[in-house]
Design a protein around this ligand. Structure first.
Ligand code: AMP
Ligand code: GLY
Length: 428
């Protein structure tokens, strides 16, 4: 099977790694890829938001399957164009990807499907914002309606900060823009879980749950980011959690989108809060999470190409149950100075050979934002590396991941030191 992966972050490096380990994959291509992906796949400098260019590349390489990683091309309709050109695509249509592209649309689908989520108001004026903030009280949750790479959400007890974020979102929304306004919602407490499901629009196949660390700094301080680290499994979670979420969240959402004539195929990501009143959806994404994919795929024993192909071709009901490793996995993001604000790029990334020599195969580096400059690997994004490790338990996986992080040499880089710390301590 010849596979083309679209994207160039840690998630796509994890996908490419998993596909490269699958004996059914005879050729692996990625556009645009990054310096790490280039070691295991042939990379192509293609504009991934240009569906015609992606379809042309798929034709050139004779792709049997195209896997679209990031949300931006999905929301832009790249999967539709490539599918229309005759290629099986893993990734939802533009219409189905609105589940991620518009928080207001996601709320509407959840209401129709009876899926538990935070109560919310979609506001288009500052007067509506003030009324909604007043109705819910602190802590305030204010969300930009459109795509914002995990950074469009402000959770704060400071009323003025909440109002200011809402005003900024409103300024960029309205007629003629992609955004429908600002969502103000009830605060959900309790631990967060990321649960992914592979679906073909009818059948839902859940993956193992993971936890992401969204805030920039240790202890959950600092601004929201795309994610600073992740681990799986969740030793503290109810063993029935996955079944319960399939039944109350994932299957009803897939059924509702099919009922609307816009079936969702690809990866449905439920961001959940486990509150004292039960599970609530915080958000949906229309693609694999980053960096949760790094830990989830590290534990998947079933070869991934057949799984993604079954979703793309509507044959998931025939797939054997997935097999999972008993090992635990931890990913620690190494971010550039300035992330998530204005990250500095172009710095040389050192120590990668040392990790490969000393820590493989239990720990390895997946590149999140890098490119090659001559012989050097240099930083090219806010999140630069996803250092991933597996172990008998979370404590061992953590130790291995942090040992490898210690060998990385990147000027001004920073990482959280508490990824999976609490869960590892509890589990031991
Ligand atoms: P989102 O982009 O909707 O996933 O939001 C990013 C992050 O903001 C989430 O992972 C949560 O940590 C936090 N967040 C979002 N919505 C809520 C909420 N209603 N209550 C508490 N925290 C939230
Ligand atoms: N790690 C959160 C996300 O992928 O949206």
């Amino acid at each position: 099977m010849k596979v083309l992966v679209i994207g160039g972050a840690g998630r796509e490096h994890a996908l490419c790694r998993s596909l490269s380990l699958d004996p059914a994959v005879t050729a692996l291509h990625c556009a645009p890829g990054n310096a790490g992906i280039a070691d295991i796949a042939r990379t192509h400098p293609v504009d991934t938001s240009d569906g015609a260019a992606v379809a042309a590349l798929a034709a050139e390489i004779g792709a049997d399957l195209v896997v679209v990683g990031p949300e931006a091309p999905l929301v832009a309709g790249v999967a539709d164009v490539v599918r229309a050109a005759g290629f099986p695509v893993f990734g939802p249509s533009k219409d189905a990807a609105r589940l991620e592209g518009s928080k207001a649309f996601a709320k509407d689908v959840m209401a129709a499907a009876g899926v538990p989520t935070a109560r919310s108001y979609v506001c288009t004026t500052s007067g509506e914002v003030d009324a909604a903030l007043g109705a819910f009280g602190a802590p305030y949750v204010v969300k930009d309606d459109g795509l914002a790479a995990g950074k469009g959400v402000v959770v704060t007890s400071d009323l003025e900060a909440a109002r200011a974020h809402a005003a900024g979102c409103l300024a960029g929304s309205g007629e003629g823009t992609a955004r429908g306004g600002v969502v103000v919602e009830e605060y959900l407490d309790g631990p967060e879980v990321s649960l992914f499901a592979v679906t073909d629009g009818v059948t839902v196949v859940p993956l193992q749950p993971a936890q992401d660390f969204k805030r920039a700094l240790d202890g959950g301080e600092g601004p929201n980011t795309g994610g600073m680290g992740a681990y799986s499994p969740l030793p503290w979670a109810d063993p029935k959690l996955v079944d319960e979420v399939v039944e109350s969240v994932l299957q009803p959402t897939v059924d509702e989108l099919r009922r609307r004539g816009t079936p969702f195929s690809g990866l449905l990501y439920a961001g959940l809060a486990i509150t004292s009143r039960g599970v609530r959806v915080i958000e949906f994404n229309a693609r694999f999470g980053d960096p949760e994919t790094q830990v989830v795929l590290a534990r998947l024993l079933t070869p991934s190409a057949a799984l993604l192909m079954a979703a793309a071709t509507g044959t998931l009901a025939d797939l054997e149950p997935l097999r999972w490793s008993d090992e635990a996995a931890v990913t620690v993001i190494v971010a550039a100075r300035g992330y998530p604000g204005a990250p500095r790029t172009g710095d040389v990334v050192g120590g990668l050979d040392a990790v490969a020599e000393s820590d493989a195969p239990h720990a390895y580096v997946l590149h999140s934002g890098t490119r090659r400059e001559g012989d050097a690997v240099v930083s090219a994004g806010g999140r630069v590396l996803s250092v991933t490790a597996v172990g008998r338990d979370l404590a061992e996986a953590r130790e291995r991941a942090y040992r490898a992080v210690g060998r990385v040499d990147l000027a001004g880089a920073r990482h959280r030191t508490d990824i999976a710390a609490e869960a590892a301590a509890e589990a031991r």
